[in-house]
Ligand binder design. Sequence first.
Ligand SMILES: C[S@@+](CC[C@H](N)C(=O)[O-])C[C@H]1O[C@@H](n2cnc3c(N)ncnc32)[C@H](O)[C@@H]1O
Length: 269
Amino acid sequence: MSKENTYILGTNKEELTRLEVQHKVWSSEAKRGWDLAKFKTGQTIVDLGCGPGYCTEELARIVGKTGKVIGVDRSDIFISHLNQIKQSTQLSIEARLSDFDTLLLDPDSLDGVYCRWALAWISNPKEILSKIKDALKPKGKMVIHEYFNFSTHQTNPERPALKKAIATAFKSFQDSDFEINVGSYLAQYFEELGMKVINIRLMPKLGTPGSMIWEWPKTWYQSYFPRLVSMGYLNNQDVEDAMKDIKELEMLSYATLCCPLMIEVIAEK
Ligand SMILES: C[S@@+](CC[C@H](N)C(=O)[O-])C[C@H]1O[C@@H](n2cnc3c(N)ncnc32)[C@H](O)[C@@H]1O
């Protein structure tokens, strides 16, 4: 399955690099969630929508040789990247090329599930969570990191072209059949699925010029704004002006970039 446009942000080399920057910014939050869920040696854990496998690798170091991490993604480029990680590290990883809709997991077989930024791109997140729940052992835990409120994404001071491009990106998500702010629904979904929410926290991030946090949205602008041109939302001049705005903001020592607000929800079966 060689679909470049496997999800709205693509799965090409540029996206692979963007996800690496993203992982550097968010890795400590992921580890905090895994600690709270008590992920440990010997467990079997699924990394749902694992992408290139940056979290899969770290989870595999936690579960060790006696455990296993199953990284699931429908992008063959990302799954082959994960297979390379598996080969070079010899960690206990199973790289599974599958869509969530057709994913087969044995009932009561998993100790834990981690999922970051995967439910925001699908139209049936609750259905998928229900299916994953069936595969969890009793007391098994899901740690989910998703957007809570994308509209918090802004710069200070504001710049008109960049503001327009960010608002247009948000509009493109709202026009789609997925819910970008899926994180705000997770507690309700878990309640309805008969799972117990054991931890919930917001994860704000504010970038300043030159910081890794600032680079995260910037790499996303580089990849997604041109897509908005091909989707007919913006023109090339809009994108050029927005990228000029971000460059100008980088000259201001006091500029800040408020990232889209994320949430962690941990639930137990
Ligand atoms: C933003 S990336 C996040 C990757 C990874 N979780 C991380 O945090 O680095 C979203 C991933 O979900 C995968 N994805 C989206 N919809 C999917 C589906 N229906 N089935 C399987 N994978 C899916 C995409 O291919 C992509 O790799």
